[in-house]
Design a protein around this ligand. Structure first.
Ligand SMILES: [Zn+2]
Length: 82
């Protein structure tokens, strides 16, 4: 063996060489599920309230005219249809 430490031997194994998985932070606990649900509900309520009061507006997708590449505001390109 060389003098370098073997980093793979520092990983805990179960005696058969299989790495043990830590389950401490992997489980979905009831507290975490409740906190996630409340956060999502409050966020959705704030978005609905913002849209309802006119503080937020849905983003309009910008379309470009395929022939002149200008941004089309209405249903047709004003530069090409004139
Ligand atoms: Zn155009």
């Amino acid at each position: 063996m060389s003098g370098r430490p073997n980093v793979l031997r520092s990983v805990p194994t179960n005696g058969r060489g299989i790495r043990q998985m830590s389950t401490a932070m992997n489980a979905l606990t009831p507290h975490l599920a409740l906190l996630s649900s409340i956060t999502i509900v409050v966020g959705a309520a704030m978005v609905r309230l913002g849209i309802g009061r006119g503080r937020l507006e849905a983003r309009q997708p910008r379309r470009r005219c395929p022939s002149c590449a200008r941004i089309v505001q209405g249903s047709v390109c004003q530069a090409c249809s004139a």
